[in-house]
Design a protein around this ligand. Structure first.
Ligand SMILES: Cc1ncc(COP(=O)(O)O)c(C=O)c1O
Length: 318
């Protein structure tokens, strides 16, 4: 478990200079070799719970290239907890980049069709799973549950020690990370900063309710958080050739790798927002790098990215 704070890097880009903003990156991608970024934050208290109670195993959900599945499989192996992944997709994905690693670390993968996968939040479906696998701890897709919130909130505690900032930006998939940041920033119900979430999927407006639901038990209010839903670039894991090229140039300029599914969409949104004059002069912006670089393996495998432009993560042993 990393004891130190994740570091904060200053980055430079001609557009930052033009619009007179200061940009820093919270390098959660460097927190752990495998359980990187928001995975570490969201799993921290879930793993504590798993270890303290007498569970026989853990169950979670994800797509066949899911960063959460990859991180969770490794975390369970480290904690010596048997784990099951309910995977959206067909058995033929079992050897893809992500699942080869997850299975290597001992995850049992159960493949389900889209219709079944859609039931993943239904009480009846979850009760069926509990009957089938008694004494198993069930963690939702993306690890976004109530226990994820205090883990992510620690990003704010760290940032408050490291810097002074106006705006924090994060990519958003299931909403747990954004909810955790809002929670961490709600000191005595008075928000300290503006928090922006860039939705990486289409029609993400429904996430507003998911995020509010995650915040409700704590009774927190924060009036300056926003979910930006127009920067998904065509949908989940979709992006144009021009987007990829813009990102490669940004990565070269800053020396940090942002992948195009999550953190890269945050970067592309940042560049668009700068061009639109969204930020005030002298605004101090922090970007949360949520990791997910294992995903590059799957992207390259599917020829969605060219391996000459991206670092290639190691493959699981056959
Ligand atoms: C690398 C990465 N960044 C960001 C996110 C979005 O986080 P959340 O699902 O908590 O909104 C995810 C998905 O969990 C992710 O894998």
């Amino acid at each position: 478990m990393p004891k130190a704070l994740s570091k904060l890097d200053n980055i430079y880009h001609p557009l930052f200079e033009k619009h007179k903003v200061q940009v820093q990156v919270k390098r959660d991608d460097l927190m752990h070799g495998i359980i990187s970024g928001n995975k570490w934050r969201k799993l921290k208290y879930n793993l504590k719970q798993l270890k303290t109670k007498q569970y026989q195993g853990a169950i979670t959900f994800g797509g066949s290239y899911s960063n959460h599945i990859h991180a969770f499989a490794y975390a369970c192996k480290q904690a010596d907890i048997p784990c099951i992944g309910i995977i959206r997709g067909e058995e033929r994905y079992a050897s893809n980049f992500t699942l080869a690693w997850a299975r290597h670390w001992g995850m049992q993968c159960h493949f389900v069709d889209r219709k079944t996968y859609r039931r993943r939040f239904e009480t009846e479906f979850l009760s069926e799973l509990s009957r089938q696998y008694p004494q198993h701890f069930i963690i939702p897709e993306g690890g976004s549950n109530a226990l994820a919130i205090p883990g992510v909130a620690e990003v704010i505690t760290e940032l408050n020690k490291q810097t002074v900032f106006d705006t924090l930006i994060t990519p958003v998939g299931s909403g747990g990370t954004l909810a955790g940041l809002i929670s961490g920033d709600s000191v005595a119900n008075e928000q300290q900063h503006k928090i922006l979430g860039v939705a990486v999927l289409k029609q993400a407006e429904y996430l507003m309710d998911e995020i509010k639901n995650l915040l409700t038990p704590q009774g927190l209010t924060h009036a300056d958080w926003h979910l930006l839903t127009k920067y998904h670039r065509g949908g989940y894991a979709k992006f144009s050739q021009a987007d990829a090229e813009r990102l490669i140039a940004f990565n070269q300029q800053t020396g940090i790798i942002f992948e195009p599914v999550y953190s890269g969409k945050m970067i592309l949104a940042l560049l668009d927002l700068l061009e639109q004059g969204y930020f005030k002069a002298h605004e101090r912006i922090v970007l949360l790098h949520t990791g997910g670089l294992q995903g590059l393996g799957g992207m390259i495998e599917q020829a969605k990215l060219n391996e000459k432009d991206w670092p290639i993560p190691p493959k699981a042993p056959a």
